[in-house]
Unconditional design. Structure first.
Length: 297
């Protein structure tokens, strides 16, 4: 894949119906809350213990100046993928859906056959951060990743820093598949720790089929006392290794809420982008997403 063919190249910046370039939040979730479905949402995340639906997000997008969003799976069920696609039919501002299929299943092809015809089904994610460290080298999982690439879909890499070397091996094995790293691999921002995360994310970024979401950072900082300056070293690394043509902004709403409101989360990246060229800002705030997720305006 040549540089000119990469999604998010200059020619692919999406245009907004409001004029100017498309603004896309590339990472947020919807759910109907039950303690059984979301056992990880404990007392410290009490603010998340309710339903979060498109009607809750739309005014936040409008206020922050965003045209649309990419809805990302939160449950590892086919039922949730169907539900997200239904929501996207009912809400045009949901521009794309990253769902879930059982990548290790012998029936993965049939699962894709159900979802691929939907115009907004763009990719899949598995919550690898909760799996053993050798999960990405599993033969059945890699067979599923091959199926992702064969169908022109994307794969969201949700990993912790210690899993980055395994992610590097995965993306090298599938150079024609488009990957995107969620949340910068969750660096230890509260501890101010940069290594070995910095070198590992640089190695991952050396593969041109990998993009990265500038999302999920506030929840890796001190929830009650973070400062915008704490994120600067990590954003500096992201722009150094990926460059502005392979980075995309994301809120991680409503997971961000224990640490910050929607607008403040998005302002972390917007304010960092302020000194950059207009084209670079447009790319990170939506143009790259339009190319990567093949969003139809």
């Amino acid at each position: 894949m040549s540089k000119s063919e990469l999604p998010g190249a200059r020619r692919e910046l999406g245009r907004s119906a409001r004029g100017g370039f498309l603004r896309v939040d590339t990472h947020q979730h919807f759910w109907r809350y039950t303690p059984q479905a979301f056992p990880w949402i404990g007392e410290s995340r009490r603010v998340m213990q309710r339903d979060f639906l498109p009607g809750d997000l739309r005014p936040l997008l409008d206020k922050a100046g965003f045209d649309g969003t990419v809805a990302v799976q939160a449950l590892q069920t086919l039922e949730e993928t169907r539900w997200l696609l239904e929501l996207s039919d009912q809400n045009p501002f949901i521009k794309a859906v990253v769902g879930w299929v059982d990548l290790r299943s012998d029936a993965v092809g049939q699962q894709f056959d159900e979802f691929v015809p939907h115009s907004k089904f763009r990719g899949v994610r598995h919550i690898v951060q909760d799996e053993p460290d050798d999960y990405m080298s599993d033969g059945k999982f890699q067979r599923g990743i091959a199926a992702v690439g064969e169908r022109g879909l994307t794969y969201d890499l949700l990993v912790f820093p210690r899993q980055l070397p395994a992610a590097v091996e995965l993306v090298r094995r599938f150079p024609s598949t488009r990957f995107v790293l969620d949340h910068l691999a969750k660096p230890e921002i509260a501890a101010g720790k940069m290594d070995p995360w910095r070198d590992d994310v640089r190695e991952l970024a050396g593969n041109p089929n990998v993009f990265c979401k500038l999302s999920g950072l506030v929840t890796e900082a001190n929830w009650k006392g973070w400062r915008r300056e704490e994120f600067t070293p990590y954003l500096d690394v992201a722009f150094e290794v990926f460059g502005p043509r392979r980075l995309m902004v994301g809120s991680d709403w409503p997971v961000c809420l224990p640490a910050s409101d929607y607008g403040s989360v998005m302002n972390v990246v917007k304010e960092y982008l302020a000194p950059m060229s207009g084209y670079d800002r447009d790319a990170v705030l939506g143009g790259n997403a339009a190319g990567f997720y093949r969003i139809r305006v």
